[in-house]
Design a protein around this ligand. Sequence first.
Ligand SMILES: *Cc1c(COP(=O)(O)O)cnc(C)c1O
Length: 404
Amino acid sequence: MLDVATIRKDFPILSRKVNGKPLVYLDNAATSQTPQQVIDVIVDYYSIYNANIHRGVHTLSQEATDKYEEARHKIQAHFNAEKAHEIIFTSGTTHSINLVANGFASLIQKGDEVIVSALEHHSNIVPWQMLCEKTGATLKVIPMNEEGELVMSDYDNLLSNKTKLVFVNHISNALGTINPIEEIIKKAHHVGAAVLVDGAQACPHIKPDVQKLDVDFYVVSAHKMCGPTGVGMLYGKETWLNKLPPYQGGGEMIAEVTFEETTYADLPHKFEAGTPNICGGIAFGAAIDYMNSIGFDNIATYENELLDYATKKLLEIDGLRIYGNTKNKTSVISFNVGNIHPYDIGSIVDKLGIAVRTGHHCAQPIMDYYKIPGTVRASFAFYNTFKEVDTFVDAVKRAVQMLS
Ligand SMILES: *Cc1c(COP(=O)(O)O)cnc(C)c1O
């Protein structure tokens, strides 16, 4: 069992007030909060050993390089990548997906097909549309059902020897659905297609094993798992990363440069042009350490209880509808009450100190499916409490009274 009261003391922001009320932070699917253990690492970096990496012979540069590469190894161990150079530091999920989509422009052509799911975040849709525009490849969509699940029999029909790539999220940020990525990967490989899994929403809740999944690319953002913004990773199988051309040109990613010809550096540096977010990368490693010290099994058990409790309490409100009712979901609740606009509920509960997200959650195709402009989304983390759920449900009741 988690000692949530003690855990909450690690997060300075959780003791602040918003609009005169104690903050109830239920927007974890947008970004997670940062524990003191990670804040300390950021302060230490800038206070003690701020320097550029991989270049300097001086002591500070060595220290910074060692810490940065140590973080890469932590990330490798956490996601169980076979090799450290299969972990590419990026600025986050969006950057990682664009890197892969851009690289595939030289590997696919007109007549090829790529498959996306109906449950994607815009950042796992738009880069692929741009790829299709550039290459003439065709984008196919795995449809969803009322429960917010992918229709897997339709996926079977979309796959063929024309399929070159499948990209799907591990967990939907808008509905919380956990997608059957093992099955999706296996079937894609059967027709020779590669698979990219967007793990941005999965990484705060579960610990994926990229080798066991046999996934070709797995991408995350540190800020969804207690790390800072502006840093994330691309995991790619070595064979794929060798096939992809570099994304950006610049310093750090080259072996040799003349005006006649440039040769590229080995992995991972081939994809890491320019000075990276050094402090962010090191803090990402610290965030992984922190989350593992809490334990992903403990996190899952606790968050499931919180999700069940919040679902039950919210459904007591007349006219409240939850979108995404699959059994396989994590701690996200997307809902509307009657015809009340989600923004109005969001604004009123904010006055009561509660942070939730309202709108389309960067997943407009899902909102279109349900024919709604958006939802109110409450998303929970291991540091949220049952009492906070009560406060939230009371606030929604109050908002509904005021608005109807
Ligand atoms: C947050 C999120 C993204 C985008 O992550 P960035 O950090 O903004 O790049 C993509 N996909 C999913 C499922 C997300 O939850």
